[in-house]
Design a protein around this ligand. Structure first.
Ligand SMILES: C[S@@+](CC[C@H](N)C(=O)[O-])C[C@H]1O[C@@H](n2cnc3c(N)ncnc32)[C@H](O)[C@@H]1O
Length: 175
């Protein structure tokens, strides 16, 4: 009975933690689906050089394949929610990728100036706030790859509709 209560209490803490950070950031750490992940990887610009910033990296669903696909680029992943961050850090121990760094940090506090590519999967209000940061910090020529939500008012360099049940969209921009 003691162990059952401990497991139940631990589960409650985990769920509460995820919920608190979902409310704080405005989005749950739900991962990119396999079909959208494939579309994002296929949308990567050719001959990309420099740093890649994955903003809100969740469980690492996109950060790991990005780092594996772009071994010559440094992938800086930012995640605020402690549990997904911890899980992705543990995953990095078992699946080491020397070019991947996962930070527990609010990406709004991270300077984006050195990025060659920025990726994000957020929500409309989050994209609106990011747009101001992008316009203030991203250098001309920086690529921005968005899952599901567009940067309002920007003209995409390319966009795709994924053949999933949601007909998810992927947007690629060049600043
Ligand atoms: C929909 S999930 C996407 C996860 C991952 N990018 C993927 O494609 O699977 C969005 C993530 O962004 C994180 N997030 C939202 N705002 C954030 C912020 N300001 N700083 C760091 N992480 C943030 C959330 O905690 C959540 O895990």
């Amino acid at each position: 009975m003691g162990i059952e209560m401990a497991v139940f209490a631990a589960l409650l803490v985990v769920m509460a933690l995820v919920l608190i950070y979902t409310l704080k950031t405005g989005i749950s750490p739900h991962p990119t689906s396999p079909s959208v992940k494939a579309a994002l990887l296929a949308a990567l610009p050719e001959r990309l050089e420099g740093d890649v910033f994955e903003l809100g990296s969740g469980w690492g669903t996109l950060a790991f394949p990005l780092a594996a696909r772009l071994p010559h680029c440094r992938v800086e992943a930012f995640e605020l929610s402690p549990l997904p961050w911890l899980v992705s850090r543990l995953r990095l121990l078992f699946q080491p990728l020397p070019n991947l760094a996962i930070h527990r940090r609010d990406f709004h506090r991270a300077p984006l100036g050195g990025a060659a590519l920025v990726t994000c999967y957020l929500h409309p209000e989050g994209m609106e706030r990011l747009k101001a940061k992008f316009e203030a910090e991203l250098a001309p020529g920086t690529w921005v790859l968005c899952n599901a939500f567009a940067v309002s008012g920007w003209t995409p360099y390319a966009e795709w509709i994924v053949q999933d049940w949601r007909r998810s969209k992927v947007y690629l921009y060049k600043v």
